[in-house]
Design a protein around this ligand. Structure first.
Ligand code: CP
Length: 305
């Protein structure tokens, strides 16, 4: 098995810091990187819909001088005939140098990595992990705050199914002095396994609440999330919970002037468009940062820096 990235915890804090430094160098000196991946191919295998992750991976490889191939609809590939993830990974290893895979089933990118002869990057697996979104979030926080520790971070919305939240908690809890405020309705609280593996290990400071307005004045970072409709069994439950938190200008009146508002996107009603012009809104900067950090990751995994 070649090295890829399935879980953010496969990267040490030092490696994350190196990736962030590389992304910042790419932002400052894009011309230095324009030919680094000439002749290399990225395969994007997306079994689930995506706008940002797939297109930012593809833009990243193109800006490094490489090429892209793949599918954005599994049904247009031999998956429709019943081909397994393992066989797809073996097949694509014959054509590409690196794979980015999104799949609705938790663990599918790991199965691909165990069968591929090239690095596999998890581009989101079910409600489990989304490590490159976490790298995107970390780069954004670093660029906004110039630090990754000593902050109060509110994570708000669907903390049960929101895979970006699970990966972000895993990563940010390794930096000193962070305090997490987990804001969700009871039904969408953080899963028990995340508590056991990350939050309750003895070193992480956190509280759980269902009230956004009460805690907003304390926050340095507010990470909003959408309620993940596609992971609900009952549509009625989704409809009841989907608008639990809406970040109105009124709620933001009590927030710090240097609050950074992040969201992995896509958003539904939880951040109205009126907030976009607030200087604290960082979610579209976050989208762009996603391309740069994925460029850094591709370079690292292909060992071309
Ligand atoms: N943040 C994110 O994963 O967006 P997409 O689903 O559009 O890729």
């Amino acid at each position: 098995m070649r090295r890829g990235l399935i879980d953010i915890l496969e990267l040490s804090v030092e490696e994350i810091d190196e990736l962030i430094a590389c992304a910042e160098d790419i932002i400052a000196n894009p011309e230095k990187y324009a030919d680094k991946c000439r002749g290399k191919k990225l395969a994007t295998l997306f079994y689930e819909p995506s706008t940002r992750t797939r297109l930012s991976f593809e833009a990243a490889m193109l800006e490094l001088g490489g090429s892209v191939l793949g599918f954005s609809e599994a049904q247009s590939s031999s998956v429709a005939k019943g081909e397994t993830v393992a066989d797809t990974a073996k097949t694509v290893s014959c054509f590409a140098d690196i794979i980015a895979m999104r799949h609705p089933k938790e663990g599918a990118p790991l199965v691909a990595a165990m069968n591929a002869s090239i690095p596999v990057i998890n581009a989101g697996d079910g409600g489990h992990n989304h490590p490159t979104q976490t790298l995107t979030d970390l780069l954004t926080i670093k660029r906004e705050k110039r630090r990754l520790g000593n902050m109060t971070i509110g994570l708000c919305g669907d903390l049960k199914f929101g895979r970006t939240v699970h990966s972000l908690l895993a990563a940010m809890s390794r930096y000193e002095g962070n305090h997490f405020i987990l804001i969700s309705p009871d039904e969408l609280k953080i899963p028990e396994y995340v508590k056991v593996e990350i939050l309750d290990t003895g070193n992480v400071s956190y509280i759980e609440t269902d009230g956004l307005k009460q805690v907003i004045p304390e926050l340095d970072i507010l990470y909003m999330t959408r309620v993940q409709r596609e992971r609900f069994i009952s549509e009625a439950d989704y409809v009841r919970l989907k608008d639990t938190y809406i970040l109105t200008p009124d709620k933001l009146k009590d927030a710090k002037p240097d609050l950074s508002i992040l969201h992995p996107l896509p958003r539904m009603n939880e951040i109205p468009a009126v907030i976009d012009s607030d200087p604290r809104a960082c979610y579209f900067k976050q989208v762009l940062n996603g391309k740069y950090i994925r460029m850094a990751l591709i370079l690292k995994l292909l060992e071309v820096v």
